[in-house]
Design a protein around this ligand. Sequence first.
Ligand code: ATP
Length: 443
Amino acid sequence: MQNDLMEKIVSLAKRRGFVFPGSEIYGGLANSWDYGPLGVELKRNIMEAWWQRFVTSRGDMVGIDAAIIMNPKVWEASGHLESFTDPLVECKQCHNRFRADQIDVKKACPNCGNKDTFTESRNFNLMFKTFLGAADDAKSVAYLRGELAQAMFVDFKSVQETSRKRIPFGIAQQGKCFRNEITPGNFIFRTREFTLMEFEYFIHPDEWEKHFEYWLGEMKAWLAFCGVSEKNLVFHDIEDGERAHYSKRTVDIEYQYPFGQKELYGLAYRTDYDLKRHMDFSGADLQYLDPVTNQKYVPHVIEPSFGLDRTALVVLLEAYREEEVPTSKEGETATRTVLKLPIALAPYKVAVLPLSKKPELSDVAQKIAADLRTRWSCDYDETQSIGRRYRRQDEIGTPFCITVDFDSLNDQSVTVRDRDTLKQERIAITELNSYLTEKITKA
Ligand code: ATP
């Protein structure tokens, strides 16, 4: 992978409106990012495709959307208040803070270069603390959730009873999580607020291995759908002693980012640890009664966990290409930058580009765009040369561009240009819908 790929992605993201630095007019806020008009479409398309694939298209999955601020006892029971920590060291010279597991503390400080200046490592809790209501005393302390999973455990009984699902079944959720990371960075890879997509799949303990393998396969298939090539992925089985104490098996799905091999997703077998802890702390009975065998037991859990922002980042990294393409001049080529995004994830599926701003072309083109918008996200652009407009659409990954020219007024046809093959086809306006439906749904 190219070393400067991250800079290119960050620059394209800003230039074209995928992701901007947060609070920029106030000088920014370190490591906070805002998704712009195209970024929000990309993000929503990923969330939609994920929800469709893992929730609505399946009979064994239901969703919830729980409160971000939960009763603080939840975090006591889950162990987050005690042990959701990272080891923190501080350089006594420059006062920069680092995660002791991410640097070599025996070496010089990565910031100021001084040696033997680190403090002893201490556990730093990542939970964001806040206060409920007017009083800011100990009684009103609450936390922004650091992960989604706990709501699926706390709501297990209500969900199971109201949905009448039988084990095995899963509860899914998408939403923001908050972690007071010591060293956020690498663009949207590690931020202090991020979106997770996750489910807890409740199973009989005898069957955990089978379900674990199945979900590992499903995660691989999802990554292929997102256009992520397997050669950039590493499936890292976490060794005994390195895993969370309650987990019997964890696979970190790692990606070879331009800044190193790091976690993309996680898959964990969490046993019955969480439900049991919530039974102990709340007094509620969270057991499941199997209506067929009459066996009563605390369900075990397989948890596939997908970071949305890391998904968006790898989707952009994988889609980015610089290609030599022929120009209109004989024998000449030029470099084009193109995002070869999977069609389902592309912010715009189609762009309508009239060859000139003349009203007779605009009228036809606007009508075509309005009609296409009833089905797909559609951009419309009539300024600048057609070459520049194609380049812009290539850079934002629009799979199909439609040009309306003066011939269109006579033959009632338009030219459809394919982002990937650059092939141009003349299509009757009345055929456009069925032509694009075929291309877009087949992809
Ligand atoms: P890391 O080792 O990178 O800190 P983690 O092991 O703490 O990650 P999990 O608790 O397993 O991560 O979180 C589940 C998923 O949430 C991760 O696989 C990742 O996709 C995403 N994620 C975790 N922390 C962040 C963050 N600070 N910013 C963006 N995404 C994150």
